[in-house]
Design a protein around this ligand. Structure first.
Ligand code: FCB
Length: 434
């Protein structure tokens, strides 16, 4: 049976950035940089879910979800990323877990969804090996508190974004453009995942510890440079899947300078399950000098000969091509590359400039992608959950509040939750399929 859920992340919905001892994160700092966030906004209030979990819970119950994917804010739990725990932070997530369970909803936490404690960023961040060690300690302290009630865990969300948008393209925190650091960060994110999994399993071998990846179906246009296609595929998919499945890095990428003897042995086999976040395929074509934005994203693929992304319509407001066949290809591909590993769709959804009363385009998007999931599940693939992104319109990173992915809108000013047509549609879908 497939579990149907919705997903959010701490930084994007919580707000309450100074509440009860939370420390600053790298994203709080990034938001203060002129030009970093499209609408000049920040996440200091966001959806105010830190103070309004009651309202969010009511929405979850109304949807009838079997699971809620949320993330735990490291700087709320451990304000400087090492050393003392902030009791109020752990209490907050403890209460969320209890309240979800009391309502028959499985808590599905992610330990790191990009909000690194600023003190660790200043000490070198993910390019520094120490961050991976600190992450394992933080994972251990969370599991020691919540592990009696939570059995399935995601360590990292989309390490590609942290490593390559953060350190190569520089469009995400910490906004650095030094590709070698991106490869070091990638390695330490994988290492951090593996060390955390080891620590969590040492507490209880029954914990199912997975990693959430934004893998992509990579499609080559006829005129695309084959090497560019290979590098995009390797940085998007192989750099994560190959170490986890095979214990090696793909040939098309730089082997991280950060690699130590024994690391790959630790990483190999460390994912009890793999989460796939899928929004769009990547269509790789010849370079187009005049297309602003396209070139910028290409910087997230260091070592690739010149190329451009050539999405074909229909597009979402993110400029992302809508193509559910990409999800099918991707899931089949990952299940071959990671045989025997359970898979989950941990995010899927779309941003549209829609109205609350009529977001038919979002309903069409979700139903087409859910149909793929149902079909693959019926075909016998070990596909366990599907999470729609997102419960709420929220802080969409460098896009600020300009992109709306939610099943529920947030009224500016009052922050009142306003369910969209897609919310009611998904509730009906879940009721019919559960
Ligand atoms: C993913 C992120 C998530 C959200 C969606 C739209 O890359 O994991 O936080 O921003 O994209």
């Amino acid at each position: 049976m497939i579990g149907y859920g919705v997903a959010t992340s701490a930084f994007q919905v919580e707000g309450g950035v100074d509440a009860h001892g939370r420390g600053p994160s790298t994203w709080d700092e990034f938001c203060t940089r002129p030009g970093a966030i499209k609408d000049g906004s920040d996440a200091s209030i966001a959806c105010d879910s830190y103070h309004r979990f009651d309202e969010d819970l009511e929405l979850l119950v109304g949807l009838g979800v079997s699971a809620y994917r949320f993330s735990i804010s490291w700087p709320r739990v451990q304000p400087t990323g090492s050393g003392p725990t902030n009791a109020a932070g752990l209490d907050y997530y403890d209460a969320i877990v209890d309240r979800l369970l009391a309502n028959g909803i499985r808590p599905f936490p992610t330990l790191f969804h990009w909000d690194l404690p600023l003190a660790l960023e200043e000490a070198g961040g993910w390019p520094a090996r120490d961050t991976a060690l600190r992450f394992a300690e933080y994972a251990d302290l969370v599991v020691s508190r919540l592990g009696d009630r939570v059995g399935t865990w995601a360590t990292m969300n989309e390490p590609w974004c942290t490593a390559f948008l953060g350190f190569a393209a520089g469009v995400f925190a910490p906004g650095i453009r030094e590709p070698k650091l991106a490869f070091d960060a990638a390695h330490h994110l994988l290492l951090g995942h593996a060390l955390a999994a080891e620590a969590m399993h040492a507490r209880d071998a029954a914990h199912e510890v997975g990693i959430v990846l934004n893998l992509n179906t990579v499609r080559a246009e006829p005129e695309a440079d084959a090497q560019a296609v290979a590098v995009v595929e390797a940085i998007q998919n192989g750099i994560w899947l190959d170490p986890l499945a095979l214990g090696s890095y793909p040939d098309a990428v730089l082997v991280p300078r950060a690699l130590h003897d024994g690391d790959l042995e630790l990483i190999r086999g460390s994912a009890d399950w793999v989460g796939i976040n899928y929004y769009t395929p990547f269509r790789v074509g010849a370079p187009l000098a005049d297309e602003a934005g396209v070139g910028q994203q290409a910087e997230a693929f260091p070592g690739a000969p010149p190329f451009s992304f050539r999405p074909r319509g229909p597009l979402t407001t993110m400029g992302w091509e809508i193509d559910p066949t990409g999800l099918e290809e991707l899931i089949r591909d990952v299940s071959e590359r990671m045989p025997g590993t359970p898979l989950r769709v941990t995010e899927n959804g779309a941003a549209f400039a829609d109205t609350t009363a009529d977001d038919r385009d979002r309903i069409d998007y979700l139903s087409a992608h859910l149909a793929v999931v149902e079909r693959l599940h019926a075909d016998g693939l070990d596909l366990r959950d599907y999470f729609a992104w997102s419960l709420l319109d929220n802080f969409e990173w460098a896009e600020g509040y300009t992109q709306t992915f939610g099943l529920v809108a947030i009224e500016p000013g009052t922050l009142r939750r306003q369910p969209k047509a897609s919310y009611r549609w998904y509730a009906d879908y879940i009721a019919a399929h559960r």
